[in-house]
Design a protein around this ligand. Structure first.
Ligand SMILES: [Zn+2]
Ligand SMILES: [Zn+2]
Length: 241
């Protein structure tokens, strides 16, 4: 993780369905979670970090459960988090002097506020943090190589960047001709998608029920979700401690 994305990685990613940057990030998240379960699970530094953030964010936590043979790794990591949570619960148990003391200190707070605060994560999701680095690497690499003809043709032949990544790219491309190129590529891709969605809508209408919806039209609405929101699970979350 953290290595700059090479340009052939980008070319590969443009050939995949959906946004190329999202595709790279999904690959990276999968690699990180795999390492976390099978290599880092007994690494003290990793465990400390995992405990500081009380596990991963919601989507990454559930992604972690999808790995074959990963149950023991997930068990070890989460048992440590549960241990920390219970230690905090003991310290702030309602009958304890600590809670009375804390309540006196924060008189204006609700009685459970001190414990609630103690149970807030002290760090962001590790997978999201890595994705944020990988995302900015990918966008800056793309901005640097966007003038190359084969990158431009790969972009044009692709399903386009998602809106969040297109915005990031726009902010990084400084040459006016490159900027003009990416805007025209993206506009053409989105026009084609719009036309497919229009056909999907028209043919889905009961009056046109006998017209066949082709494969591209049938998936157009899902691709539109991906183009507007980014691929499922590909964007670093905003959960911050
Ligand atoms: Zn994207
Ligand atoms: Zn996350």
């Amino acid at each position: 993780m953290g290595f700059p994305f090479a340009y052939y990685d980008l070319l590969d990613a443009f050939a995949k369905p959906g946004c190329a940057v999202c595709a790279l990030l999904l690959r990276d998240a999968a690699q990180f979670l795999d390492k976390l379960l099978y290599e880092f699970v007994n690494d003290r530094q990793m465990q400390r970090a995992f405990r500081a953030s009380y596990g991963l964010c919601n989507p990454h936590s559930w992604q972690l459960t999808g790995y074959r043979g990963g149950a023991l790794g997930a068990a070890i990591l989460h048992a440590a988090v549960l241990g920390d949570i219970q230690a905090k619960m003991d310290r702030f148990a309602p009958a304890s002097a600590a809670l009375t003391g804390i309540s006196r200190l924060f008189r204006a707070d609700a009685p459970g506020e001190a414990l609630a605060r103690a149970l807030e994560p002290q760090a962001a999701c590790m997978a999201c943090e890595r994705l944020a680095v990988a995302e900015s690497d990918a966008i800056s690499t793309l901005a640097q190589v966007i003038h190359l003809p084969d990158v431009q043709s790969a972009y044009q032949a692709s399903e386009g960047l998602c809106l969040p990544h297109f915005r990031q790219l726009l902010r990084q491309v400084s040459s006016p001709s490159d900027l003009k190129a990416v805007i025209s590529f993206q506009a053409a891709i989105w026009s084609k998608l719009e036309a497919e969605i229009a056909e999907f809508q028209r043919k889905s209408d009961a009056h046109y029920g006998d017209e066949t919806i082709d494969a591209d039209e049938a998936t157009s609405w899902l691709r539109a979700v991906g183009q507007v929101a980014g691929a499922k699970g590909a964007l670093p979350g905003t959960r911050r401690p």
